[in-house]
Ligand binder design. Structure first.
Ligand code: G
Ligand code: G
Ligand code: MN
Ligand code: NA
Length: 250
């Protein structure tokens, strides 16, 4: 099939790229870190990471694509400051890839003069119960080496606060569906209040995703959220640099 051939050629020729979206600290307005986001070749049906990862999963190439995405994400981190972090998406299934090991990631980091303290793995909430115990062990192993863990898309999936707590994440990223219009939606406000209180007591840092409106940003700051990401603050850009100097993706 032509589509499969195009996909395999992307893997073989390694023609995916990472773009980086700043995660901003509201305290000083600076980039606390960057989320690495994969892009396929421009102008192809695989430009979107959703298409790429969906196809890879269906065809049994998820581990391969993910390894490549991780390599690219770290390879583009030359501009990362010592105190900054790169946030890398890890689908829950990939935690079980035998080649997803702290040692392999370490090699990639050393080539860039980085350490595990510069890396946060974003695990999406939608993680099957069956895998949970093993996943927890593997993630704990990473944490022992200094890597950090974020729960991605929180508030959108099906896992409980108890499940989140059990994974002992360093960060919770609140899904953009909960952030959009929070300044005028009382229900969203009350749900987020729960996350803020929970994160505070658990010593977990909360990141609001998908901030697009100034009114939402002000509301979040009022509510005691300290970190955010979204088009209002900065769009994904081709490289890592000061927030204002990144080359806009589009
Ligand atoms: O950047 P964009 O909004 O197009 O991304 C769409 C989705 O693809 C998001 O859910 C994002 O988490 C996911 N995604 C982007 N890059 C990667 C990646 O490198 N690995 C994985 N697993 N998912 C990614
Ligand atoms: O699933 P995940 O949270 O990893 O998805 C992150 C994706 O959200 C990124 O691919 C990015 O392109 C997209 N994104 C980032 N900021 C915004 C925003 O302000 N609005 C919308 N709609 N999408 C955003
Ligand atoms: Mn993410
Ligand atoms: Na998310």
């Amino acid at each position: 099939e032509a589509r499969a051939a195009r996909f395999l050629s992307i893997l073989e020729r390694q023609t995916i790229e990472s773009v980086y979206q700043p995660i901003v600290s509201f305290v000083d307005g600076r980039a606390f870190g960057y989320e690495a986001l994969t892009r396929g070749p421009r102008g192809t049906d695989f430009q979107s990471p959703l298409e790429l990862f969906k196809f890879a999963e269906r065809e049994g190439f998820l581990y391969s694509l993910d390894r490549l995405a991780r390599e690219k994400a770290i390879a583009g981190c030359a501009g990362l400051a010592r105190e900054q972090r790169v946030f890398i998406n890890i689908p829950a299934q990939v935690i079980h890839d035998p080649e997803f090991t702290p040692g392999r990631t370490m090699k990639l980091l050393e080539e860039r003069g980085l350490s595990p303290h510069n890396v946060v793995f974003e695990i999406t909430e939608r993680c099957s119960i069956e895998d949970f115990t093993t996943a927890k062990k593997i993630l704990q192993h990473y944490r022992n080496q200094g890597y950090q863990i974020a729960i991605d898309d929180a508030g959108a999936g099906y896992s409980s606060l108890q499940a989140i707590a059990e994974l002992q994440p360093d960060f919770i990223k609140v899904d953009r569906s909960l952030i959009h219009n929070i300044h005028k939606d009382k229900i969203k406000e009350h749900i987020l209040e729960t996350f803020v209180a929970f994160a505070d007591k658990m010593n977990i840092r909360l990141i609001a995703e998908g901030i697009e409106q100034a009114d939402d940003l002000h509301k979040l700051m009022q509510m005691g959220v300290h970190f955010g990401q979204g088009y209002l603050l900065a769009k994904p850009a081709a490289g890592i640099g000061p927030v204002d100097e990144g080359i806009a993706e589009q």
